[in-house]
Design a protein around this ligand. Structure first.
Ligand code: URP
Ligand code: ZN
Ligand code: ZN
Length: 468
């Protein structure tokens, strides 16, 4: 038998959301073919064209980042990572699948928005990718299009209670979309902040001369996140639909999700590394440096972090995604000097997520298996990609990371691969590092060298949420 398309990863500790096994992994034709104990006759009998030595390393599923915005036009500019640069950086950080957001323009169709995002991503990506759809213009035609998109594999729809005049939908529009989703199997993803109230507070702050980036955090009050989260949950209950709340940052919003889940409601929550590792202290950095940390929902006082970690441990939060939406400090974030409301909202992070969450294992916030759950398996299940993505099991795509849990690294913009001129985690020491990354069995990172190519990554249609 030819061994050319066969790879064996020997000697590692395989970690999935469910198990930890000292096992060798056989890959054939881009898929996981088998696992067997290191010293078993089965593993000893495997011959392969490529053998990867993972002794002393973890062998984990490639990360699934279910919330990215590559080259997204937003806030008067465009997110700095293209699909090419952003997916390459994702691979460097051990992520092998992203789900990005296609955008419907006002007055246009979902189809036109989706086509535009396909055109941006086609033949550009280093790793596999799927799309959610941002619904900005709810009308009869849009609602009918949602059914078609679900059938085609775009099974989740982001709506905004924030950003009036941009992506904002009112409660009636949200209710209508949720009613449609309850019938077609779609999952509504909610940006839960009371944007109408926030805009009043923005104008009041600016009129009072409070223009510094730290006021971005103050006007986007935690209670306005909690209120919107509560309202979204009640609207979903009325519609009989599931709900996924994106980028949860406030302790009070976690409490709303917990209360809903205690009632047995199909309500899910995502948080992001920036809310777990950064705080309003960063927004208050002098010389306009706080602009680097402007995103929405905003960073919170560090006291909120305990509730987020607890939520991840108790499964009241299921997923950690990045909300990767990078804007350079120079020329982009600087648009908001003298007026924080003009700072483009968003932060880089697609390259850092797996390492930061491994640091959370080292620091004792979560277990190793929970790391893989929240970063790989749960996002794959949530967005209809499991078990093809998010695990290491026979039949799964061979999206595999060999991870060195002992390696030390210092995060820096001078060494990262995202197309952005700063790191939100500059100088942070982390234990653990990606060594080798396979995407469908093909090396993308090989012993910390990039060997991938734009166009290897394939568009991946998704099924419906697998928690329902
Ligand atoms: O600040 C953020 N989060 N920017 C990206 C757009 C969004 O709301 O997710
Ligand atoms: Zn959002
Ligand atoms: Zn986002």
């Amino acid at each position: 038998m030819s061994t050319g398309t066969r790879t064996v990863i020997r000697g590692g500790l395989v970690v999935t959301a469910a198990d930890e096994m000292h096992a060798d992994v056989l890959i054939e034709g881009g898929r996981i073919a088998a696992l067997a104990a290191h010293d078993s006759d089965t593993a000893a009998g495997w011959t392969a064209g490529t053998v990867i030595d993972a002794t002393g390393k973890y062998v984990i599923p490639g990360g699934v980042d279910a919330h990215t915005h590559m080259q997204m036009p937003f806030g008067g500019t465009t997110a700095a990572d293209t699909f090419e640069t952003g997916t390459r950086a994702a691979a460097w950080g051990g992520t092998t699948t992203i789900v990005d957001f296609a955008i419907q323009s006002m007055g246009s169709s979902l189809r036109a928005g989706l086509d535009a995002w396909h055109a941006k991503a086609d033949a550009q990506c280093a790793i596999d990718y799927g799309f959610h759809m941002i619904v900005a213009d709810v009308n009869d035609k849009t609602l009918a299009e949602m059914d078609t998109l679900v059938e085609e594999g775009v099974t989740s729809f982001k709506m905004f209670m924030a950003y009036p005049g941009v992506f904002y939908s009112d409660d009636g529009q949200i209710l209508r979309a949720m009613q449609r989703a309850s019938g077609n199997g779609g999952l509504v993803m909610m940006h839960a902040e009371n944007g109408i109230a926030i805009d009043v507070l923005v104008q009041q702050a600016l009129a009072a001369g409070r223009t510094d980036p730290r006021y971005h955090g103050e006007v986007r009050h935690a209670l306005l996140e909690a209120e919107a989260t509560h309202r979204a949950i009640q609207l979903a209950r009325v519609a009989g639909s599931p709900l996924y709340v994106v980028h949860v940052s406030a302790e009070q919003a976690v409490a709303e999700l917990t209360a809903a889940r205690d009632l047995g409601l199909p309500v899910f929550g995502e948080t992001c590394p920036q809310y777990l590792f950064l705080s309003t202290d960063n927004l208050a950095e002098p010389d306009f440096e706080g602009a680097k940390y402007v995103c929405s929902t905003p960073l919170r006082p560090r006291e909120h972090q305990a509730a987020l970690w607890r939520g991840l441990r108790t499964d009241d939060l299921q997923v950690v995604s990045t909300d990767h939406c990078p804007f350079c400090f120079s020329g982009q974030k600087e648009m908001g000097r003298g007026d924080f409301s003009k700072i483009p909202n968003g932060m880089p992070g697609v390259e850092n997520r797996m390492d930061l969450l491994h640091q959370a294992v080292v620091d004792g916030h979560i277990t190793r298996r929970r790391w893989i759950d929240i970063a790989c398996a749960a996002p794959a299940r949530m967005f209809g990609l499991y078990p093809r993505k998010g695990t290491i099991a026979p039949g799964a795509d061979a999206d595999v990371v060999v991870y060195d849990p002992q390696a030390e690294q210092t995060v820096s913009a001078s060494t990262h691969h995202m197309n952005v001129d700063y790191s939100a985690y500059e100088g942070r020491r982390l234990t653990g590092r990606v060594e080798t990354v396979l995407s469908r069995g093909v090396p993308v990172i090989e012993r910390q060298a990039y060997v991938g190519r734009a166009g290897h990554g394939q568009y991946t249609p998704r099924g419906i949420c697998q928690y329902l």
